[in-house]
Design a protein around this ligand. Structure first.
Ligand SMILES: NC(=O)c1ccc[n+]([C@@H]2O[C@H](COP(=O)([O-])OP(=O)(O)OC[C@H]3O[C@@H](n4cnc5c(N)ncnc54)[C@H](O)[C@@H]3O)[C@@H](O)[C@H]2O)c1
Ligand SMILES: Nc1ncnc2c1ncn2[C@@H]1O[C@H](COP(=O)(O)OP(=O)(O)OP(=O)(O)O)[C@@H](O)[C@H]1O
Length: 277
């Protein structure tokens, strides 16, 4: 964490009971250590709120973390996620965190920094970032989507089904998981293409390296682009380019953090019911 910076941004999902009590406690402790604390209640938090922040303490669930992406990526601000959501897969900490633990980790003590690959999607002059995924689907849930995909200009396949998911390693435990895609370790700098309900007897996810640029040519006139669960209304079906972004997002983790432990405990992944750990 950048030691020359003194500002802690709090991005708070105020709809969560106890969010205000928690932010008051942690910001109070930080102020006593001479940190400047900015509490952002707007959803999504504006990008400029992230400028000059040492870290962004996100109080909420996965949706609240996703809403911080563009500011955190633009200004290189690490995310310190405290889960008050239902699942909170991406947030490592809980509201039982003590003031001392919080301040130690903000100061880089007993903490690790985890860098995550994100994706960019572009068309015309528009460019968007995603922490979980981009999905291309038909506008009507009743309609099949047909789309051609090229990788660095080379034809990959014609896909026909409910849609396509372009997932970051982080997003592989989200929508991609439900569509039968692979779980990718968050440190891998790759991304996955998984089709949703493909209408074929043979289909598997594809994993691309971070240098690959995909082009998606949707054949439906009303196809929609979804970014981290939100429809991007500006896309009108133009050729869409998806690739790993040069920007990344960092998460603050406690020293010794295990991604596999999170998979086992929050997603019920693998494991042996006789030896629950
Ligand atoms: N069929 C599905 O599984 C499905 C459908 C639509 C959207 N989604 C996911 O929902 C995400 C948006 O999340 P939200 O919280 O704003 O909306 P939401 O509240 O509708 O959450 C969807 C669920 O996905 C979980 N989730 C989000 N990101 C995750 C991740 N990286 N790993 C594991 N679980 C994760 C959330 O905790 C929540 O339980 C999208 O990015 C997409 O991945 C999943
Ligand atoms: N500051 C906020 N003000 C109003 N609404 C918010 C705010 N932050 C988030 N939300 C809304 O609340 C929704 C749910 O929030 P969040 O994902 O944080 O909790 P959750 O769904 O309980 O947790 P999880 O996604 O981890 O299961 C978000 O997708 C968003 O629409």
């Amino acid at each position: 964490m950048n030691s020359s910076k003194n500002k802690i941004l709090f991005a708070v999902n105020r709809t969560k009971p106890n969010a205000d009590i928690l932010v008051k406690r942690l910001s109070g402790a930080a102020k006593r250590e001479n940190f400047e604390c900015v509490i952002e209640g707007k959803f999504p938090p504006p990008e400029d709120a992230f400028k000059d922040a040492k870290c962004c303490c996100v109080i909420g669930g996965d949706g609240t973390i996703l809403s911080c992406l563009s500011g955190a990526a633009k200004y290189g601000v690490p995310i310190f996620g405290i889960n008050l959501g239902k699942l909170g897969f991406m947030a490592t900490f809980t509201d039982s965190i003590s003031d001392e633990e919080f301040l130690d980790m903000v100061n880089g003590k007993n903490a690790e920094m985890e860098t995550r690959t994100i994706l960019s999607a572009s068309f015309g002059k528009n460019r968007f970032l995603a922490l979980n995924e981009f999905a291309v689907k038909s506008q009507s849930p009743a309609e099949i989507l047909s789309a051609e995909v090229l990788a660095d200009g080379e034809f990959v396949a014609d896909f026909v089904g409910d849609g396509l998911i372009f997932s970051t390693p982080t997003g592989t435990s989200a929508y991609n998981l439900s569509a039968g895609g692979p779980l990718i370790h968050p440190k891998a700098r790759v991304f996955a293409l998984t089709s949703i309900c493909p209408h074929t007897l043979s289909n598997r996810s594809l994993v691309f390296d971070s240098e690959t640029k995909l082009e998606i040519r949707a054949k439906n006139p009303n196809a929609v682009l979804i970014r981290d669960g939100n429809v991007e209304k500006s896309w009108r079906g133009e050729p869409l380019f998806v690739e790993a972004a040069p920007e990344t997002v960092k998460f603050v983790r406690p020293a010794g953090h295990s991604h596999f432990y999170i998979l086992r405990t929050k997603l019920g992944w693998g494991g042996n019911p006789r030896t629950q750990r």
